[in-house]
Design a protein around this ligand. Structure first.
Ligand SMILES: C[S@@+](CC[C@H](N)C(=O)[O-])C[C@H]1O[C@@H](n2cnc3c(N)ncnc32)[C@H](O)[C@@H]1O
Length: 448
């Protein structure tokens, strides 16, 4: 495959752009099935193969268009959690205007938004892609699902250079990924709740690529009595990994704060336990989850609870406002855990308790897993190692720290019998085998 080399011309903005010497502007747009002939034409002129591309024309290709002319194209074929860049081409008369750069950057941003782990390509012009941080890799190191693609197995010459770009996710990317995931789950819960025939629990805290088998993390956490005490929709939206309300020994009159309250199950249960005289706050950053929680509160007839919008790293409550901080499978999602823990300490009264269910790792989590956006949003990649959890709690000022396992997970749990072949082959299950447990984390704010 020959990829055209373009000289980047300044800032590669995506969208309208005047082109000197050519009385036209170009912009990027998604590819449509009717573009097929124009793309084939462009690729033929660029001497690039166009076999087997049709299947990807709808969703994963973008085009550069000037007037009515298609002047550039690029696509990313998706294989499991990996992408393969194809057909980066710019019409000869439009080269040197950073159109190739804009096309490629658009697709790399898209690959990130999809949570892909890495993208690959085959090229005869590796210098061009080196500018975008693609590195040469051995053919053998390419995941089998990508190697089976037509491009790898038959279209490109053996002499083509294989290059890879791992997707590095920033803290902001990770947080946006978390919000998007839980917003989507909240919508799914709403749909299920209105569909009487399908009142099954939402599946979270495990990679979505692992299928929808009984969730080993979120299932069976609450007793029948507790579930009878909350609206069906609160149980449907329950996404925790423990039952902090049961373990926290809440007393009537306590003020409780639930960090990352989701659909509100623990806030409702806490509100009942601290009545009379007490109050339960829920804090969440996702509007869609807050909507569900407030509806559940109304349905449960709870008046001593309040749901707040905000980040657990910046709690919108005054110093010393609460007796107990609880949380259920959320601190692992925080991209700044020290800040989260010191905020928890700040809002506690002297002598106040931290009583949190969370996923904790039993050993070092490999860097490749750490920066995997999907495993992060699924509560695994961001989990603290037990010793690190203790150290951070102590450093921010907690004492009487205790971490007890409540559930030990193994790889079969995470990606059970119905795990798809891509997940298994990509080695993801291997890298998380035996590494995570559900735990109850307790600590106290000093009484002075
Ligand atoms: C795994 S769910 C747990 C929900 C709830 N605790 C439960 O047990 O059902 C994670 C929730 O935490 C929220 N969340 C994640 N990171 C957050 C952050 N940094 N600040 C506030 N909320 C956050 C998400 O919006 C989501 O509702």
């Amino acid at each position: 495959m020959k990829i055209h080399s373009h000289t980047p011309a300044g800032d590669a903005s995506i969208g309208e752009r005047r082109v000197p010497g050519l009385d036209a502007a170009w912009s990027l747009r998604p590819c449509q099935p009717h573009d097929r002939t124009a793309i084939q034409d462009l690729l033929r002129r660029a001497k690039l193969p166009h076999d087997g591309l049709e299947a990807f024309f709808n969703s994963t290709f973008v085009l550069a268009q000037a007037g009515t002319d298609i002047i550039g194209s690029v696509g990313i074929e998706v294989y499991g959690r990996y992408g393969l860049v194809r057909s980066l081409a710019v019409a000869p008369e439009w080269q040197g205007m950073a159109i190739g750069r804009a096309l490629l950057q658009d697709r790399l941003a898209w690959a990130k938004s999809r949570g892909l782990i890495a993208v690959f390509l085959l090229t005869l012009e590796s210098d061009y892609f080196a500018r975008f941080d693609f590195k040469r890799v051995a053919r053998d190191s390419v995941p089998p699902e990508v190697r089976r693609s037509a491009e790898f197995s038959s279209i490109c010459p053996e002499t083509a250079t294989v290059m890879a770009l791992p997707m590095n996710y920033s803290d902001e990317d990770l947080r946006n990924g978390v919000r998007a995931k839980y917003a989507a789950i909240a919508s799914e819960v709403k749909d299920r709740s209105t569909n009487e025939g399908n009142k099954t629990r939402a599946s979270c805290c495990q990679p979505s690529s692992c299928g929808a088998s009984e969730n080993p993390i979120t299932s069976g956490l609450y007793s029948d009595d507790e579930l009878a005490d909350v609206p069906d929709d609160a149980a449907l939206a329950s996404l925790g990994c423990g039952n902090p309300t049961a373990l926290a020994a809440l007393q009537p009159g306590d003020v409780v704060l639930d960090l990352g309250s989701g659909g509100g199950i623990d806030v409702i249960l806490s509100a009942r336990r601290v009545a009379p005289g007490g109050k339960a706050y829920g804090l969440d950053m996702t509007d869609e989850m807050l909507d569900i929680a407030r509806q559940n509160q109304k349905q449960a007839g709870i008046t001593n609870a309040e749901f707040l919008k905000g980040h657990i790293e910046d709690i919108p409550l005054a110093d010393g406002a609460v007796d107990v901080v609880i949380s259920n499978c959320v601190i692992n999602l925080s991209t700044d855990k020290r800040k989260t823990l010191s905020e928890a300490l700040r809002v506690l009264k002297p002598g106040g308790r931290f009583a949190v269910s969370d996923i904790v790792s039993t050993g070092p989590v490999p860097e490749s897993v750490r920066r995997d956006a999907e495993l992060w949003a699924g509560c695994l990649a961001g989990s603290l190692e037990e010793g690190e959890y203790r150290r951070l709690l102590q450093e921010v000022g907690f004492e009487e720290i205790d971490i007890k396992p409540t559930r030990i997970y193994d790889a079969a749990n995470f990606c059970g019998g119905d795990a798809n072949a891509d997940t298994k082959e990509s080695g993801k299950t291997n890298s998380i085998t035996g590494l995570f447990m559900g735990a109850f984390v307790e600590a106290r704010k000093p009484n002075r």
